[in-house]
Ligand binder design. Structure first.
Ligand SMILES: C[S@@+](CC[C@H](N)C(=O)[O-])C[C@H]1O[C@@H](n2cnc3c(N)ncnc32)[C@H](O)[C@@H]1O
Length: 394
């Protein structure tokens, strides 16, 4: 289990007093805000162009993308293994919420689920996800069955849109998307309801989000609360002098060729507290730097195969992705290596890409309660005998 580092301390201070009254007082207006922000996000993702292989290879964030994909693959692999350890052969049903264009389709294919539901607010992305799924099915012959839903997962009830609303999932995955729901308390609650209400007791919900503490601590070191490098820029749209609001802590995020829209900070202590109301208990959290340390040994083949790191020094006839000055850490290590003769290169990432990677964190929750529905269709969460023994190490 990893710690998130120094910035965690300031988060703890800020959230020590997060209780239900404060959460709700912070959002005295319980109506979700008008559609405007979500339309901006949907329009942004709808207009993102599909990149060809060559373009992706030449992208300034080639290794960062691969690294992010490695993190997602590891999460998917680790948590499906946990489920199968308990019940080998159980047909897995999964929900990929905020699925985008289906970047994780082939990762799901590897763990052979029986059925998967993909949901996202951006209609065009959902169509592309479906097209990719059909292509994959043509290529492999046999593939899991799937449903595709274009909807705002922070405002609409996903269960109403499933072919079978009594479906229960073994896994819910939300990759790089949950933070959009932290615009307001009702939106975060709707997202958590969508995530948890059909998740089986003993099932897992995992994902990746920007680490609010890391963002705020980097911003506090600047004059105008803006920072970045040649591939990313973040500008806070509020004054972080006294911390940040529990919801609606908005910032502009630009990541070369991938993201260019406003997002919201997720106060992790608050997220954890809210999630517990939905029967979810935190079982893992780590910044991407610690995630790498925790999982590299067991997943190094994939890490190397998908080229998460760049070769240093650059191989003959090739150049490094960034300026030489972005590899000082690698040079220092290279110069200090005792057995240089054994190894003619090392793997690394430019400091610019690493700065982006370490903005993010991964998390996983286990569903410890059963969902029951009241007569008006509202979910409630009751302790289940099967999962009453907590497995959390947090
Ligand atoms: C950075 S992308 C990640 C896509 C995918 N999970 C992946 O890892 O490749 C974030 C996704 O969240 C989706 N999203 C943002 N707000 C949403 C909302 N309110 N409801 C559903 N999806 C949303 C966006 O449309 C976008 O596809």
């Amino acid at each position: 289990m990893s710690e998130l580092g120094d910035s965690e301390l300031s988060l703890q201070k800020q959230t020590e007093n997060v209780d239900e009254n404060k959460i709700n007082a912070n959002n005295s207006n319980h109506e979700p805000p008008p559609k405007k922000h979500s339309s901006v996000v949907a329009a942004h993702y709808n207009h993102l162009e599909e990149k060809g292989l060559k373009e992706r290879y030449n992208s300034p964030i080639f290794h960062l993308r691969n690294f992010n994909n490695w993190v997602k693959s590891v999460l998917i692999q680790e948590f499906t293994d946990k489920i199968r350890e308990k019940d080998y052969g159980r047909p897995l049903r999964i929900l990929d919420i905020c699925c985008g264009k289906g970047g994780d389709l082939s990762k799901w294919q590897k763990v052979r689920p029986e059925h998967a539901i993909f949901a996202d607010i951006a209609e065009v992305s959902v169509q592309q996800c479906e097209t990719r799924y059909e292509e994959l099915r043509r290529r492999c012959g046999r593939l899991f069955s799937a449903e595709f839903i274009a909807t705002d997962c922070t405002k609409d009830t996903l269960r109403d849109k499933y072919k079978d609303p009594s479906i229960s999932f073994d896994i819910v995955s939300c990759q790089f998307g949950l933070h959009y729901s932290f615009e307001s308390l009702p939106q975060a609650r709707r997202m958590l309801t969508n995530i948890s209400e059909c998740l089986k007791p003993g099932g897992y919900f995992f994902g990746t989000i920007p680490n609010a503490n890391e963002i705020v601590s980097r911003a506090q070191k600047t004059q105008d609360y803006a920072f970045g490098n040649r591939i990313y820029n973040i500008k806070l749209l509020f004054d972080p002098k006294d911390g940040y609001p529990l919801f609606g802590a908005k910032y502009d995020f630009h990541l070369e060729g991938v993201v260019d829209c406003p997002e919201f900070l997720v106060n992790f202590e608050l997220f954890k507290k809210l999630a517990s109301e939905y029967g979810l208990e935190l079982v893992y959290k780590a910044g991407f730097d610690h995630f790498y340390k925790d999982h590299w040994e067991n997943h190094k083949q994939l890490f190397q195969r998908i080229m998460c790191f760049e070769t240093y020094p650059a191989p003959n006839g090739k150049t490094l992705m960034g300026e030489e000055s972005e590899y000082e850490h690698a040079k220092k290590y290279w110069d200090s290596k005792e057995y240089k003769a054994d190894q003619n290169c090392i793997g690394t990432m430019s400091i610019c890409e690493w700065e982006v990677a370490t903005i993010y964190m991964a998390f996983a929750f286990k569903k410890l309660k059963c969902t029951q529905w009241s007569s008006d269709g509202k979910p409630t969460y009751t302790v289940s005998k099967e999962t009453n023994q907590s497995t959390s190490k947090q």
